[in-house]
Each structure stands twice: as structure tokens, then as C-alpha cells.
Design a protein around this ligand. Structure first.
Ligand code: PEP
Ligand code: MN
Length: 334
């Protein structure tokens, strides 16, 4: 349920509504700093009568019409901005660039790439330590050792680290290495147990859209995390099921950026590396994503793509990544 206050509602009137919500056993959602005085009510409000809130200063009481609630723009009309050790994602902030290898392969590989992406202006470092691979015989990642190298790279280059969590059992390890952003991969978008557990962690979650999942399903998955208590969620469009004769690995759903921003206050970033599967298309698709409203990008970078243990073909070499960073600055004018 959403209570829209009159534009000139006084603090006392807002306070009375907040008290009423608590008296009735619910939790209000209200951002004091926001220009629009709108109060959301968390939890199942189906049996709550609108009339309970016809108080002084209240303009309108309405119900959220979307199937998701906390992540909807109706519930919170202003953009969420997620702060990751000073890197801001969302709203009108400069698009946040997450870059790094598909997988952490060795200490030397990670530190080399981290240095290169930092020097080119990336905001965060990515690298998979637990890799979801189609084949059980493919490189599965360095696991805990990979997290250790990521933490070392963060210490050396000062970039927050983003890495994929494949299952709930890894949460303890992620806490041990103080991972800055927990990435939920496309294959795990509907791992509801994992989503619920990530609702209780203290770190932001980067939730990738499943290749065959709708925008509503993506937002419902985000709702699982938000409803369990963690509101720091970044969504990621990484390509959806391609046409059978497609020339790309997936089809980059560029419309997802504007649609998600209309439906939700959560930030959304784009991953043109997995979407295209080819380094050649990463730069043009990056710019398309930003033009369509993406609030950040996740880009795979490797200093020796031809020897990469995973996704070399879609990884940019550091010099190409540097060029792309310059093109992005030109595009956004800052
Ligand atoms: C990744 O980002 O490392 C990854 C595996 O991507 P996705 O989950 O989108 O396939
Ligand atoms: Mn990859």
C-alpha cells in the first residue's frame, strides 16, 4: 500500500501517518530526504483498509498494482543509488564500469588485469572464482584461492570486487573475504533459496537476468532479496535466448534498460560481453546500453584472450578497453 501525502504536508502529519502504520503492526518505508512525500507500507497489506489512513495531510491511498512491490517504482518513485565503498550505481550517477576477467585464473593474471582496468578508469573489478560451466570437465574456477586473489587485488588497486556466488554454502567464504558485491549468475536467477539468503547479507547483490526469463520474472527475483531485507540490488541485462541463426551468443535486450527503469527504482547495468559472445561487438553494444538507460556496464577484459581459460573470445584486450572508456566519456559528456 502507498500513501501519497499532500505536497505541503507538515512533518507532524507525516509523523502521524508513520506512527499509525507502526501501531497497526506494519513497517513504513519513507525517505525523509525525498522531494515527494510518499510513504510505502511493507508486508502483506491485503487485509488493511485504505480508510485507516485518511488522516490530515494525506492526498491518496493506493495499492501497488504490480506483482512485485518493494522493487517497484510505485512503491518508491525515486531512483535507488547503491553505494559500494564510494562507487555509486544508479540514478543520474556516471555509469559504473565493472571490468575484469571472466575467471580468476592465477594471482599474476588477476593482478595484471586489475592494474590495466584500474588505469583505464574502471570503478570495480570483476572475476569469477566459482564458475558455472556447462561441462563438469571445464575449468570450474580457483574457488577460495580466487577470492583471496580478488581481495589482494582490491587491497593493491583500491577497486571494490564483484564475484559470483553459486550457492548458499559459499556465503561464509564471501564474508570471510569481505566480497563487496555478490553476483547472482543468470543460471541462478530463480534459485529462490539463494535469493532469500542474500536478503540477509550486508552487501549489495548484482542480479543477472536469466537467458529465458522475462523482465517481470527478473523483478520478482529481486523482490525475493528485497522482501528478505536487502534493498541493495543492482540488476543486469546480459542477453536473452537468441534466434536459432543468431550471430551472437545471446540477444542483447536493449529495451530492458528503459523498461526496467520505468517499472523499478533499482539500478540496471548491461553486460555486452556475455550478450554478444564476441569482443568486436562489446564496444558498440556498451554504447547502445548506455544510450538506452543502462546505469553501468560489466565488461570482460583479458590481457591474453587467446589463452583465457574461459570466455576469451568475448574479452577485450586492455588497450581496447581503454578506448571504450574514452568513447563512453565522450558519449555521456563527462
Ligand atoms: C559471468 O558474469 O561470469 C557469467 C557467468 O555470466 P552469466 O551468469 O550472465 O552467464
Ligand atoms: Mn564469462
Amino acid at each position: 500500500m502507498i500513501i501519497s501525502m499532500n505536497k505541503n504536508a507538515t512533518e507532524a502529519e507525516i509523523g502521524a501517518v508513520l506512527r499509525k502504520i507502526k501501531e497497526l503492526g506494519f513497517e513504513p518505508h519513507y525517505d525523509k530526504g525525498s522531494e515527494i512525500p510518499i510513504i510505502g507500507i511493507r508486508g502483506n497489506t491485503q487485509k488493511l483498509e485504505e480508510g485507516r489512513f485518511f488522516l490530515p495531510g494525506v492526498e491518496k491511498v493506493s495499492r501497488v498494482s504490480k506483482i512485485y512491490k518493494e522493487v517497484s517504482r510505485e512503491f518508491q518513485p525515486w531512483d535507488s543509488v547503491i553505494d559500494i565503498n564510494g562507487v555509486k550505481v544508479g540514478g543520474t550517477c556516471r555509469p559504473a564500469i565493472i571490468a575484469g576477467p571472466c575467471a580468476v585464473e592465477s594471482r599474476d593474471q588477476l593482478l595484471r588485469i586489475a592494474e590495466a582496468v584500474k588505469e583505464a578508469g574502471a570503478d570495480m573489478l570483476r572475476g569469477g572464482a566459482f564458475k558455472p560451466r556447462s561441462s563438469p570437465y571445464a575449468f570450474q574456477g580457483l574457488k577460495e584461492q580466487g577470492l583471496e586473489y580478488l581481495a589482494e587485488a582490491r587491497g593493491t588497486f583500491g577497486l571494490p570486487i564483484v564475484t559470483e556466488i553459486k550457492g548458499v554454502e559459499a556465503i561464509e567464504l564471501f564474508e570471510k573475504y569481505d566480497i563487496d558485491v555478490y553476483q547472482v549468475g543468470a543460471r541462478n536467477m530463480q534459485n529462490f533459496d539463494l535469493l532469500e539468503k542474500l536478503g540477509h547479507v550486508k552487501k549489495p547483490v548484482l542480479l543477472k537476468r536469466g537467458e529465458a526469463k522475462s523482465i517481470d520474472e527478473l523483478l520478482l527475483s529481486a523482490e525475493y532479496i528485497a522482501a528478505s531485507g536487502n534493498k541493495r540490488i543492482i540488476l543486469c541485462e546480459r542477453g536473452i535466448v537468441p534466434h536459432k541463426d543468431s550471430k551472437t551468443r545471446y540477444t542483447f535486450d536493449v529495451s530492458a534498460f528503459c523498461i526496467v527503469r520505468e517499472l523499478s527504482h533499482l539500478p540496471i547495468i548491461g553486460d555486452p560481453s556475455h550478450a554478444s559472445g564476441h569482443w568486436k561487438y562489446v564496444a558498440p553494444l556498451s554504447k547502445a546500453a548506455i544510450a538506452a538507460g543502462a546505469q553501468g556496464l560489466m565488461i570482460e577484459v583479458h590481457h591474453e584472450p587467446e589463452n583465457a581459460l574461459c570466455d576469451g573470445g568475448q574479452s577485450l584486450k586492455p588497450d581496447k578497453f581503454r578506448e571504450l572508456m574514452a568513447e563512453i566519456s565522450l558519449l555521456i559528456g563527462r
